[in-house]
Ligand binder design. Structure first.
Ligand SMILES: [Zn+2]
Ligand SMILES: [Zn+2]
Length: 313
């Protein structure tokens, strides 16, 4: 099984699946995970306002979804049969109001809509497979739906896991940009002017070709390191030799960025820190970097410890 973590959700899918689509943010959004053949998982969510007095109804959410399915089907001149059903047992949790469903159209889908009192999100999740229902899609769907967690046990941290990367980021940081390729991944998070990035290169031996790690990174990093000046120290992480970078914003263009931050009434981010290492067992290179305010907490070391490398293979 593979763990996918995105915008506060985690789920377990077959090894062949990975993230193939996403939009929105923690408050409301969508993502899709599939095996590029028959099996796909879709999760949509929205957050209930703090001010609303009445708890939202997952049955109403499901019915709205049924209507949108019917509308879509009419456009394509297809027919779709929608049905209420019992939500799989493992999706029924004490903090959730739950409503199950299935539909059959050009595909067969098993889904659940739920409202979670803890994260205040209304979620609609579904697993789709071949219309015939073959390859045990019903059981697979039940296992995947049952594995979906909509908020982590530790409210300070969120798991982000895609394409062999598995890390955790402080919950107060929001994803602001990303680059997702098979050989290179970058997730960048922000909180005010502060930034935090995780970069992962696959095929590290081919990419680096024995170059010094700090020089190689200076030429290849796309996160905060690009706009930093720093000193380099040797350290160790997860049993690997590593480098630690400390400094601040580089002179030149980034100063303009600092001015912009100041004019937005934000504390400017003036402290840079990073750690990088190569994991020979997984043949990957990792760079965790952050630019923070003078008083802001330095999360880099914690994120490094929460980023799995060879323990993940
Ligand atoms: Zn939740
Ligand atoms: Zn390792």
């Amino acid at each position: 099984m593979r763990i996918i973590g995105w915008q506060g959700f985690t789920l377990e899918t077959p090894e062949s699946c990975d993230l193939t689509g996403y939009s929105g943010d923690f408050k409301s959004g969508y993502f899709r995970v599939d095996d590029s053949e028959e099996l796909s998982v879709e999760i949509r969510w929205g957050t209930e306002s703090e001010r609303s007095k009445k708890e939202p109804d997952p049955e109403a959410r499901r019915d709205t979804y049924f209507q949108s399915l019917q509308k879509e089907a009419r456009k394509k001149k297809l027919s779709v049969q929608t049905k209420e059903s019992d939500a799989p047992k493992r999706t029924q949790r004490p903090e959730r109001l739950v409503s199950g469903f299935t539909w059959t159209g050009d595909k067969k889908a098993y889904g659940v809509a739920w409202y979670c009192r803890t994260c205040r999100r209304m979620t609609l999740a579904q697993v789709m497979g071949p219309r015939s229902g073959k390859s045990g899609i019903g059981n697979t769907a039940e296992a995947i739906l049952g594995s979906i967690v909509c908020h982590s046990d530790d409210p300070e941290w969120r798991v982000w896991a895609i394409y062999d990367l598995q890390t955790q980021i402080p919950a107060e940081y929001d994803l602001v940009s990303q680059q997702l390729m098979n050989v290179y991944l970058r997730l960048t998070f922000a909180r005010g002017a502060a930034r935090l990035s995780v970069e992962q290169w696959s095929l590290a031996n081919v990419a680096r070709r024995g170059a010094y790690l700090d020089l190689w990174l200076a030429a290849n990093a796309k996160g905060e390191m690009r706009q930093a000046r720093y000193t380099v120290d040797e350290t160790e992480t997860q049993g690997h030799p590593a480098i630690a970078l400390t400094g601040g914003p580089a002179f030149g263009t980034p100063m303009m960025e600092l001015m912009k931050q100041t004019s937005r009434m934000q504390m400017p981010a003036t402290r840079f820190s990073a750690q990088a290492w190569e994991c020979e067992d997984s043949n990957k290179l990792y760079l965790i970097e952050g630019m923070r305010t003078f008083r802001g907490r330095d999360w880099v070391g914690d994120v490094v410890r929460r980023t799995l490398c060879h323990t993940n293979i």
